[in-house]
Design a protein around this ligand. Structure first.
Ligand code: FUL
Length: 470
């Protein structure tokens, strides 16, 4: 054999033996967005003058002394969030009333101007320290709408707001994983509205906290889910068309925010924000939601490819009330018991695959290993055989999103006494899709992908027994 021929033959051999991963498809998450998505549940804390006035939107004219928590304990917030399985806390560092929970040097409406701790207190310092201590990430909501600042409604306000961002994000409180940009743009104290300089705001965040995910109606890091019920669309693409749209009044319609846009150019996954109580701020007369209501929220957010941001408002003492923390623990216990045992772990997975990406990876419980259908196969079927009959009513599917979101439609069949029966079907999967099925007993299960934008790449399939059938 000539040398040239030998070289070509060995090159061909190497090529066929090589487990080349599929090319990414379309928009994909950046490293910060991927880490963010894996957090699954975070805590939102609405806290400020409204906690003391009982208002949802303060007027901005509240005296600084109104903010006066009697025994602020951010470590208790962090302990509670960590025990509830949350991975980060986002605090309303400044709500629409303009009051800053840290000594913002460009404002006269801050903790430094009131009597709480003789003007020496700093809620962001205490919360960021507490988050670090409990292994949580720290995030901030800093409202652009400001009902106190006399410059609101003038170009000066935009630079002042950028300075405000700087005084939180410049590293003095450590890394900030998410900056929550509320799109609300009402009137300021002089009756004027502001034209926000979004490019300036985004540049400021990027410069100071390159990995922070920026929330707004249109990202760029993540998007509002279109409602405050904690409920994503049954179809929920992490991709969104943002051309011609802006946060607030210029946002896409809410049904688009709930479902995203199939195959769109930007990766902007949904974040579902909802409060455990009727209001965002604490009020004595209100009660936390029931465990069943929280489970519904969990299934309709995390279970539909969204991140859940659950608001748990501290009270006037500066602590999360016992009723709320107890409810969170009951909720966590319910999630843990429903997802305690993946009944798929000892199953045999069979599916056509790309060389090197076999179906058994679907059952290894590791998000970072995945099965890939062969190139060009858009409607593959995965068959799962259990060593013995399994009874279940939850099916969990995960796409390996670092390579893009691909699946448009699928169905799940169980092999029961009468043969194959469809027990669930859906459209998108994304990072995580949880299907609630009728209680089913089966020896075999089949995931039929019936439509996709590119060869599907899944990282896991799991089946579970909820409390109802345990
Ligand atoms: C809204 C605000 O107006 C509410 O007060 C609350 O902070 C919610 C999370 O975002 O736009």
């Amino acid at each position: 054999m000539s040398r040239r021929l030998l070289r070509s033959v060995s090159a061909l051999f190497l090529l066929s033996a090589c487990a080349c991963p599929p090319e990414p498809f379309g928009a994909v998450p950046d490293a910060g967005q991927l880490e963010w998505q894996k957090m699954e549940i975070n805590m939102f804390c609405h806290f400020g003058p409204n906690t003391f006035s009982g208002l949802e939107w303060g007027s901005g004219a509240e005296p600084e002394d109104l903010f006066n928590p009697s025994s602020l304990d951010c470590r208790q917030w962090a302990r509670t969030a960590a025990a509830a399985g949350m991975k980060g806390i986002i605090i309303t560092a400044k709500h629409h009333d303009g009051f800053c929970l840290w000594p913002n040097p460009v404002s006269t409406h801050t903790v430094a101007c009131g009597s709480w701790r003789d003007g020496q207190g700093d809620v962001l310092r205490e919360l960021s320290d507490a988050c670090r201590e409990y292994g949580l990430k720290f995030g901030v909501y800093i409202s652009p709408w400001d009902r106190n600042d006399p410059d609101y409604g003038t170009p000066e306000y935009n630079s002042k707001y950028a300075e405000t961002l700087r005084s939180v994000l410049d590293g003095r409180y450590g890394p900030v994983f998410e900056e929550w940009f509320d799109g609300a743009c009402g009137e300021g104290p002089t009756g004027r509205r502001q034209e926000y300089d979004w490019p300036l705001f985004h540049r400021t965040v990027r410069e100071l906290q390159p990995d922070a995910v920026m929330f707004s109606d249109v990202g760029p890091g993540c998007r509002w889910v279109g409602n405050e019920r904690g409920s994503a669309g049954l179809t929920n693409w992490s991709t969104l068309d943002i051309d011609g749209f802006s946060p607030g009044a210029g946002a896409p319609p809410v049904d688009t925010l709930q479902s995203g846009n199939r195959g769109a150019a930007s990766w902007i996954p949904a974040e579902a924000d909802v409060s455990i109580r009727p209001g965002w701020f604490w009020r004595e007369s209100e009660e936390p939601a029931s465990v069943d209501a929280l489970m519904k929220i969990y299934y309709e957010s995390v279970g539909r490819n969204a991140l859940l941001l659950l608001n748990v408002p501290p009270d006037t003492s500066g602590r999360i009330p016992a009723a709320d923390s107890l409810r969170l623990m009951e909720w966590r216990a319910r999630i843990d018991s429903e997802f305690a045992v993946d009944l798929c772990r000892d199953a045999r997975f069979r599916a056509p695959c790309r060389p090197g990406f076999p179906a058994r990876r679907l059952g290894d419980g590791d998000f970072d290993t995945y099965w890939s259908a062969p190139a060009g196969l858009l409607t593959p079927c995965v068959e799962i055989e259990f060593p013995s009959e399994r009874r279940f009513d939850r099916v969990v599917l995960q796409e390996y999103i670092p390579l893009g979101q691909r699946v448009c439609a699928f169905a799940v069949d169980a092999f029961c006494a009468d043969g194959w029966q469809e027990i669930a079907s859906g459209t998108t999967i994304g990072y995580k899709r949880i299907l609630l099925t009728t209680p089913t007993s089966a020896r075999k299960l089949r995931i039929r992908i019936t439509s996709s934008l590119a060869s599907p790449v899944l990282s896991g399939v799991g089946i579970y027994q909820s409390n109802e059938i345990q």
